[in-house]
Design a protein around this ligand. Structure first.
Ligand code: MEV
Length: 313
């Protein structure tokens, strides 16, 4: 059973698309996948709990994703002569998705990494976690126009890490685990569309947007130092500042602002949207695990989905 984990971006979303750093944390929840040689003449992917079955050759997004991943795979399966026309046996892939889609938690990248892992096992391909993250960008490009690669890298590797486009993921030493509360706004958002919206803003007002990204990059670097020093209070302030800058890029919503306000009123050290924004989830940093559970209960009164994650534990 292969696994791709979900992630939260602690700071740095969107700027990371343009080469700035982002700080992210892997989640314990994600996507499990298995792959076997198919008895049918098609490559098939089944996604639970959505009840979707997609066949390569159709224009179903999951089928296009599977096709993109299969295109780079070798033709022979370990222990099999290979039966199909071009030498590669057909595959049957099943995925179990534990994450909400369109929520900023890296659902699609987690599927891509899990599917790659399951096919790697079937085709007896050896890859490091980092290599699997890189390879599964093929999947992510089907779903997002211009992915930075942070979601894939985190889905494959996890932990708390600093990511910069095109560079190896840099693991961050966490002095004190980060008690995070994740709350869904109830609004779903398309990363592809939101990244395109930011690109339009940047085309029209390059200086303003690049200055915002520069400021966010400075916060990310400070946040890395805060995580290494176990300075949760400092980290919380940096989350709040990042949220202000993201709101300035029109990436927040009334609901996200409400959840952030409630979290702060309830004693969170800081709060912000996570992922593409314009809906999806927010994160709040609590003082400790017990406080995170209390905060989660407060947010659950206003959010359809909440969870606590101890990042870096
Ligand atoms: C999505 O989790 C993060 C974004 O920065 C997009 C990307 O990095 O590909 C919004």
């Amino acid at each position: 059973m292969a696994f791709g984990r979900g992630k939260v971006i602690l700071l740095g979303e969107h700027g990371v698309v343009y080469g700035h750093p982002a700080l992210a944390a892997g989640l314990g929840v994600g996507v499990h996948a298995t792959a076997r040689v198919s008895e049918s003449d098609d490559d098939v992917i089944v996604a639970r709990p959505w009840g979707v079955t997609a066949r390569v050759g159709s224009d179903e997004p999951l089928a296009l994703g599977l096709q993109a991943i299969l295109e780079g795979m070798p033709s022979g399966v370990a222990g099999s002569a290979g039966s199909a026309a071009e030498g590669r046996p057909r595959v049957h892939v099943e995925v179990d998705v534990e994450l909400p889609g369109g929520a900023g938690l890296g659902c699609s990248a987690a599927i891509g990494v899990a599917v790659t892992g399951a096919l790697d096992a079937l085709f007896a391909i050896e890859r490091t976690a980092e290599e699997r993250g890189d390879y599964s960008l093929r999947w992510e490009r089907v779903f997002h126009g211009n992915p930075s690669g942070v979601d894939n890298a985190m889905a494959a590797v996890g932990g708390v890490a600093l990511f910069r486009r095109g560079q190896p993921l840099q693991s961050v030493r966490v002095k004190k685990p980060l008690p995070l509360v994740i709350a869904h706004s109830g609004e779903s958002s398309s990363t592809k569309e939101i990244v395109a919206m930011v690109a339009r803003q940047r085309d029209e007002e390059t200086q303003r947007v690049d200055e915002a990204f520069g400021a966010i990059a400075a916060l990310v670097n400070d946040a890395k130092l805060a995580v290494e020093a176990g300075d949760l209070k400092g980290l919380g302030q940096l989350l709040d500042l990042n949220q202000m800058l993201l709101a300035g890029l029109m990436l927040s919503t009334e609901k996200i602002e409400e959840l952030c306000r409630v979290a702060r009123e309830e004693g969170a050290l800081g709060a912000k949207l996570t992922g593409a924004g314009a809906g999806g989830c927010m994160i709040a940093l609590a003082k400790d695990e017990a406080d995170a559970e209390r905060l989660r209960e407060a947010l659950a009164k206003r959010s359809p989905l909440t969870l606590v994650a101890m990042a870096g534990a």
